[in-house]
Design a protein around this ligand. Structure first.
Ligand code: 13P
Length: 252
């Protein structure tokens, strides 16, 4: 049985005191709760250390939203996997569609990041997803297959055991248009089948595949009830403790 994993991707939101107050609220709310899922928060870089101080004595885990693939060097403005580890991160979101589109990250770049994260002992939350145009043009499975194969190149079964895959259809991100549970389940089944081809069925069965794209308190339960939907990567609704907690508590 795969345990569900709900992660909050804060994107570029909050200031320092708002960030500390959000993680503190989450911690205080969840402290005596028998959690049915794993919970990860991914604040911006500048708040990671403060967030770690708050969540380290709780079950909430910490993730970053991006990193550079080099270990160190003259890369002004960049942050390495080791730096993230050193402030208490266990996870890092890689390949988010906003990184792919706005920052022109290629499958090759994302693959370098995935491998660098694993080498440093960070667990990637590896995002894939098709645009509306690709879906309507019948290219969804090709796009997802390529993103998986290219992004996971030279990753072995042990490395894959550390990776969470997040299926985030681009047309559902920040739009309020959620994939229906059946649409999401169809994509997740395809992801799992493809992981079986790249690795083997054992690896595919164990992999946590999250859904992301307008997950809200009112749709989380039916998405999370699907057999192949092992969690959620939440954007907008993770910015308030109440709505994020409702999603966390919707895990079956
Ligand atoms: P929204 O939940 O705001 O659609 O964002 C999803 C997302 O991109 C999470 O990484």
């Amino acid at each position: 049985m795969r345990r569900k994993v709900v992660a909050g991707n804060w994107k570029m939101h909050k200031n320092y005191s708002e960030a500390v107050s959000l993680v503190s609220d989450l911690k205080n709310e969840l402290i005596n709760e028998n959690l049915k899922c794993d919970v990860i928060v991914c604040p911006p870089f500048t708040f990671l250390e403060a967030a770690h101080t708050v969540v380290k004595s709780s079950e909430i885990q910490l993730g970053a939203q991006n990193m550079h693939f080099e270990e160190k060097g003259a890369f002004t403005g960049e942050v390495s996997a080791e730096m993230l580890k050193s402030v208490g991160c266990e996870y890092v979101i890689l390949g988010h569609s906003e990184r792919r589109k706005i920052f022109e990250e290629s499958d090759e770049t994302i693959n370098k990041k995935v491998r660098a994260a694993l080498a440093a002992g960070l667990r990637p939350i590896f995002c894939i997803g098709e645009t509306l145009e690709e879906r309507e043009g019948g290219k969804m499975f090709d796009v997802l297959g390529t993103q998986l194969k290219e992004g996971l190149k030279e990753v072995d079964a042990e490395g894959m055991g550390k990776i969470i895959v997040a299926y985030e259809p681009v047309w559902a991100i920040g739009t309020g248009k959620t994939a229906t549970p059946d649409q999401a389940e169809e994509a997740h089944q395809f992801v799992r089948k493809t992981l079986g081809e790249i690795f083997d069925d054992g690896v595919a069965e164990k992999t946590v595949i999250q859904y992301g794209g307008s997950v809200k308190p009112n749709n989380a339960a039916e998405l999370l009830a699907k057999e192949n939907i092992d969690g959620a990567l939440v954007g907008g609704a993770c910015l308030e403790a109440e709505s994020f907690l409702e999603i966390v508590r919707a895990a079956p």
